[in-house]
Every structure is written in structure tokens, then in C-alpha cells.
Write a protein that binds this ligand. Structure first.
Ligand SMILES: Cc1ncc(COP(=O)(O)O)c(C=O)c1O
Length: 392
């Protein structure tokens, strides 16, 4: 399923929202990138816009991030980088997760930098030959995360092979990078070990003749907690979207503004008697006569079915989901005194900026026993993205 075309809404006109929407505040994206640029300086900022900009929309987020001082974009897949190029974005892009079926030729043709763990090297070189254009490569060292990247014992030979191809004019090693495993838990010792291994890997590459433009290992948590991990470039994802990478610190604590608000117009409000069951399994029973509100967002929209009593803000009050999350809808118990007529067409906000005590994606992450990354990324294409705050 493809996402509907994004609607970009100028701040100067009155807003008419779709009945359900993920509203993305591009001013918040710009603000967050400004915060990150300050904290990371003199290192530069790569805005990570993989997974459709963590669910926010890769192209509008990329444009806002570049306008606010990011100088690189990061994606997992070459196809994500090609989509940015197709939208006319010319900034440096790095794609780092490939398979033998990845289209390396298209990446080289589009000037997309390629992460390389080892096995890709021959394919990247073949693509460079085909395109008659040197590929730009960032060699990846696995300093301990155990995902992609060359292990330390393969690093020497990978660098040697890459330098040979560089000497033949088929590629340029422009970067060395790695990824951290526990930077969100600053008290853990493994980050020191990863940084030491990274410094060794960089030194070996430089000694072997790589004239590196960028050395990079920091993700969002390391930007805030490990200045010694900043090197030349930081790869920031979740913080661009205004969410905290730390369990014990909120976005506000870090000076970030959550960019996404998930909202819907209430579908129905009705009186029910005491002991009325709610949703599949009848896990919730009204404690007394009450008013139920029906919110047209469910797990097909990305609301986690496993979430336990996630928060929903309606008319300045925070309620909790009553009973199971269904495919298309959730129910909130508005209480014994709520007049159903007063709630007709009311707005229900599942999460947003957190201002005035409203719920956040971090609250939903706690309710679903997950991380805020997953909450925003999983909002499905059925929910139209609606952009505000475009004017710089
Ligand atoms: C290789 C790589 N770098 C950077 C990031 C950004 O991480 P964060 O969202 O914690 O800033 C990711 C995201 O998972 C990643 O996979």
C-alpha cells in the first residue's frame, strides 16, 4: 500500500483536518535539527529519514531538516535514497543496508553513497564500471553491535581491497562508520569499547591511504551523552522527530519538540448502562451508567493491539482506552457525567506535542511496552499525513 500524497498546509490558512490524521509539524522538525546542530557542532548532522522518515514522511522531513542545517540524509535501503533523489533532493545521501538484489547501479548513477561491510564491494565496483563513475563508499566496521559491518579480523583486508579499487579510480572511500549498541544506557561500559575499536579502525583506514571526508558512529543518544563520539558527523533519527532516545529523560528534558500528532474525529458518543461490556472479549465493563466514545483508529492504523489502556485526550481530559484495540477503532469511557451530545465530532488525540499535559508517543510506548520509535513508525499508510509549520 502506498502512502496518500502528502498534504502540506500553509500556516496562514485555517486548518481543515481529515477525519483521522497524523499531523506532522515541520517547524518542530526544524527546531529539533537546530538543537542537534548546536549540540553536535562542529560535527555535522545527518538526518536519518529511513522508514518514510520514521513514519513522518521522508521527503517533507528531509527538506525541513536540510533547511534547518542538516547536511546529510541517511536511509537504510537504496530504494529509499532513490525516492529522495526522485523528489529532487540533491544533498548527500548514505544508504547502508543492502542485499545481493539491491540496485547498486542505480545508486551509483544517482550519486548515493553506499555503506559497505565487505561482501558488497565487488558489486559496488561492478556498478561503478557499468556507470563509468566512481562509487562513493563508507566502509563499515562492526565494533560490537553484531549487525552489519566487517568484523575486526576482516577490516584490514577490506580496507586493502577498497584502496586498490580506489587507486584504479573505481571508488572513493569517503567514510568509515559504525553503529552503537547501548548509547541509550550511558552508564554501560560497552560504548567505550566500541569507540576504542572505532578509533583503531579509522586509524588503519587512514594509514592505508583513505582520505576520509567523514567518520561517524553517533546516533541520537550518543549526540546527547557522548561528545567524544561525535567525530565529523552524527546520524540522528529519533531526535529529529522530537522524541527522546532515553527511557529516563523526556523530549522536553532534551529541548526537543515531538513533531507528530495522531488524532481523529470521534465517531460516536452514547450512553450505556452499568456493566456494559466493551470491545472484543468484553475485557472492560462499565463500572456504572456511563458514556462511551468511539475513536476511529485501530491496529490497522498502527495503534498497538497489545497496548494496555493507552491515553486519549478529548476536550482537555485524558482518558484511557477501554477494552481491546480493534482493527479500526478503540473505545474510551468518558464517564458517568459526560453528555454524549457535547462530544459529537470532538477531537481525540492519541499523542502529540505533550503540551498542556497531553499524551505523547512516549506514553503510548510505555502502554505498549515498546519504544517511541516503534509507535510513530508503525502508523500505517491508511492514516493521511498532514503537514503544518512549513513556512520557515
Ligand atoms: C545505522 C544507523 N544509524 C543511525 C540511526 C539513527 O538512530 P537514532 O534514531 O537512535 O538516532 C539508525 C537507526 O536505527 C541506524 O540504523
Amino acid at each position: 500500500m502506498t502512502s496518500p500524497a502528502p498534504q502540506i498546509h500553509p500556516t496562514s490558512e485555517p486548518v481543515r483536518l481529515p477525519e483521522r490524521a497524523a499531523i506532522v509539524d515541520l517547524a518542530a522538525i526544524r527546531h529539533n535539527v537546530g538543537v542537534l546542530a548546536k549540540v553536535a557542532a562542529p560535527a555535522r548532522v545527518m538526518a536519518v529519514v529511513k522508514a518514510d522518515g520514521y513514519g513522518h514522511g521522508a521527503v517533507p522531513v528531509a527538506r525541513a531538516a536540510l533547511a534547518a542545517g542538516a547536511s546529510w540524509l541517511g536511509v537504510a535501503h537504496i530504494s529509499e535514497g532513490l525516492a529522495l533523489r526522485a523528489a529532487g533532493i540533491e544533498a548527500p545521501i548514505l544508504a547502508w543496508l543492502h542485499t545481493p538484489d539491491s540496485n547498486f547501479s542505480a545508486a551509483v548513477a544517482a550519486g548515493i553513497d553506499l555503506g559497505c561491510s565487505g561482501w558488497e564491494l565487488e558489486r559496488i565496483v561492478a556498478a561503478a564500471r557499468e556507470q563509468e563513475r566512481p562509487a562513493r563508499v563508507h566502509l563499515k566496521i562492526d565494533t560490537g553491535l553484531g549487525r552489519n559491518g566487517a568484523t575486526a579480523d576482516r577490516w584490514d583486508s577490506l580496507v586493502g581491497e577498497a584502496v586498490e579499487y580506489q587507486d584504479e579510480g573505481l571508488l572513493r572511500v569517503v567514510g568509515v562508520f559504525s553503529h552503537l549498541a547501548v548509547a541509550d544506557e550511558p552508564q554501560r561500559p560497552e560504548t567505550d569499547e566500541q569507540l576504542a575499536a572505532f578509533r583503531d579502525a579509522v586509524a588503519l583506514a587512514e594509514d592505508a591511504g583513505c582520505d576520509l571526508e567523514v567518520r561517524h558512529i553517533a546516533n541520537s543518544p550518543a549526540v546527547f551523552s557522548r561528545p567524544d563520539a561525535h567525530f565529523d558527523l552524527v546520524r540522528t533519527g529519533i531526535s529529529v522527530y522530537g522524541l527522546s532516545p532515553f527511557a529516563g529523560q523526556s523530549a522536553a528534558d532534551l529541548g526537543l519538540r515531538p513533531a507528530m500528532t495522531l488524532r481523529a474525529t470521534l465517531s460516536q458518543a452514547k450512553r450505556v448502562p452499568a456493566e456494559h461490556g466493551v470491545s472484543y472479549g468484553l475485557l472492560y465493563k462499565t463500572p456504572g451508567e456511563s458514556t462511551l466514545g468511539l475513536v476511529p483508529l485501530g491496529y490497522a492504523d498502527g495503534v498497538p493491539r497489545v497496548s494496555d489502556r493507552g491515553p486519549v485526550r478529548i476536550a482537555g481530559e485524558t482518558y484511557r482506552v477501554a477494552g481491546r484495540v480493534a482493527m479500526d477503532q478503540i473505545v474510551v469511557d468518558l464517564g458517568p457525567d459526560a453528555d454524549p451530545d457535547a462530544f459529537a465530532g470532538a477531537e481525540a488525540v492519541l499523542f502529540g506535542s505533550g503540551e498542556e499535559g497531553g499524551p505523547t508517543a512516549e506514553d503510548w510506548a510505555r502502554a505498549a511496552q515498546t519504544i517511541s520509535y516503534e509507535i510513530v513508525t508503525r502508523i500505517s499508510p491508511r492514516v493521511p499525513r498532514f503537514y503544518v509549520g512549513e513556512d520557515a
